[in-house]
Design a protein around this ligand. Structure first.
Ligand code: HEC
Ligand code: HEC
Length: 212
């Protein structure tokens, strides 16, 4: 029953295959990722089926974001323990295309509108994963004082800005570059702040924040 209505499991296997495919094939094969997923839905009023479908979708998230909350690749962020309001906003932004990423635009449109809030709550309630390998400590650049106005003391996050502490270096530095280069446009403050910084300053910040 669920299998028939659940093309995303097949979809994610294709997506994972794509990630491993040589770059030369990737461009041509990536095209289907732009087609919005038609979300699997339960029969109206069938709460048990709705729950089973959502749980199956959340399992798919774990194939990249990690079943224990530790992402499988350095370009994939930790989502366990992120602020709920932030998770809701990102999923909506991915659904609408306000934040662009082929895989996540696809994954987010696999969720129905009604599933976004429970999916966000599910990951927000999880604990931030412990580190599997130690990270060398790095000095704090002076600019951290500005960042912490929104990302809060020690970058643990809150309503004005998401948690960054312990997020991977590669993800952080790339997220900052995308704001700076105008590729990620879903927050004006971040665009302005990152445009005003040099790549070397961003790297030093990412190094420090990932060591927290
Ligand atoms: C095929 C791998 C893959 C799957 C499956 C996947 N994600 Fe992602 N996710 C990513 C990558 C890669 C990014 C980083 C996107 C970027 O760089 O903008 C990401 C980013 C995110 C973000 C933004 C986090 C942040 O710190 O800004 C959220 C939220 C998220 N994913 C939630 C989910 C949910 C919920 C699911 C399941 C419905 C899911 N993802 C399934 C790979 C995946
Ligand atoms: C005025 C408030 C504010 C300030 C100051 C600020 N940020 Fe942000 N930052 C945000 C918000 C809000 C977001 C989430 C944007 C969105 O909706 O995608 C964000 C997102 C980010 C992200 C992406 C997080 C992710 O998981 O994808 C990074 C990295 C980041 N900020 C780094 C910094 C650094 C480094 C500084 C200091 C130089 C800084 N920010 C200063 C508000 C702020």
């Amino acid at each position: 029953m669920i299998k028939v209505r659940f093309p995303i499991v097949v979809g994610v296997l294709i997506a994972l295959g794509l990630l491993a495919a040589p770059a030369v094939y990737r461009t041509a094969l990536a095209a289907p990722a732009h087609i919005p997923e038609v979300p699997a839905v339960a029969q109206p009023g069938n709460a048990a089926e709705a729950e089973a479908i959502l749980n199956a979708k959340l399992l798919v998230c774990g194939t990249c974001h990690g079943a224990e909350g530790r992402p499988k690749t350095t370009s994939t962020p930790i989502i366990w323990g992120l602020q709920e309001n932030y998770l809701v906003k990102q999923l909506h932004d991915f659904q609408k295309g306000d934040r662009k990423n082929d895989v996540m635009n696809w994954m987010a449109t696999a969720l129905t509108q009604a599933e976004v809030a429970p999916a966000a709550a599910y990951f927000a309630k999880k604990s931030w994963p412990a580190r599997s390998t130690p990270v060398a400590s790095a000095p704090a650049p002076a600019a951290v004082a500005v960042c912490q106005i929104c990302h809060q003391q020690d970058f643990v996050g809150g309503l004005p800005g998401p948690r960054l502490a312990g997020q991977g270096y590669e993800y952080l530095v790339e997220a900052m570059r995308r704001f700076a280069d105008g590729e990620r446009t879903n927050n004006n403050d971040m665009t302005q702040i990152m445009k005003a910084m040099s790549p070397a300053d961003r790297e030093a910040l990412a190094r420090y924040i990932s060591s927290l």
